[in-house]
Design a protein around this ligand. Structure first.
Ligand SMILES: *[C@@H]1O[C@H](CO)[C@@H](O)[C@H](O)[C@H]1NC(C)=O
Length: 151
């Protein structure tokens, strides 16, 4: 709908800082209100370049909060390794600020061990691996939609 389109424009404008940030007026909870749509970007980039690309062209790198979303991201990535928005530096956080609760680590993967700065990628089977952030790898971005009820 055109309301959704307007909302998306506003979101990307806020994200790029091109409009005055009125957080008190325009405030919502990504985790409960977002309805993400994932997009594979088939370009090999480092995690931080991928993050920049997603923020400029979509909303952010993919945040995965449940199995359903993980499946959607895997369907986009197919058998390719692909960056998702999870990062450890040194705490683990999602690029978009979502709370880190759902996890899907590959067996034997210890997200707290090893390198000091690491980034997460989906492996070919949908499990998460921590890698050196240089990659380069393709990546999955997301766009968020908010359900706006029109009268
Ligand atoms: C990305 O790199 C991989 C591994 O080097 C290569 O097989 C693939 O073709 C590259 N993809 C693109 C879009 O350049």
């Amino acid at each position: 709908s055109s309301l959704t389109a307007q909302f998306l424009l506003l979101l990307s404008a806020l994200r790029s800082g091109s409009v005055c940030k009125k957080e008190s007026i325009f405030h919502f909870n990504f985790r409960t209100q977002r309805n993400p749509e994932f997009h594979l970007v088939d370009k090999n980039m480092s995690w931080s370049d991928a993050q920049k690309y997603c923020r400029e062209n979509f909303l952010d790198l993919a945040t995965v909060t449940n199995h359903g979303e993980n499946q959607q991201v895997q369907e986009k990535a197919q058998k390719e390794m692909a960056w998702i928005g999870l990062h450890r530096d040194p705490n683990i956080y999602w690029s978009d600020g979502s709370k880190h609760s759902f996890t899907n680590w590959a067996s034997g993967m210890n997200p707290f061990g090893g390198l000091s700065v690491i980034c997460a990628a989906l492996d070919g089977s949908g499990r998460w691996k921590m890698l050196s952030c240089e990659g380069p790898l393709p990546f999955v971005c997301y766009m968020a939609f908010k359900n706006i009820h029109t009268p």
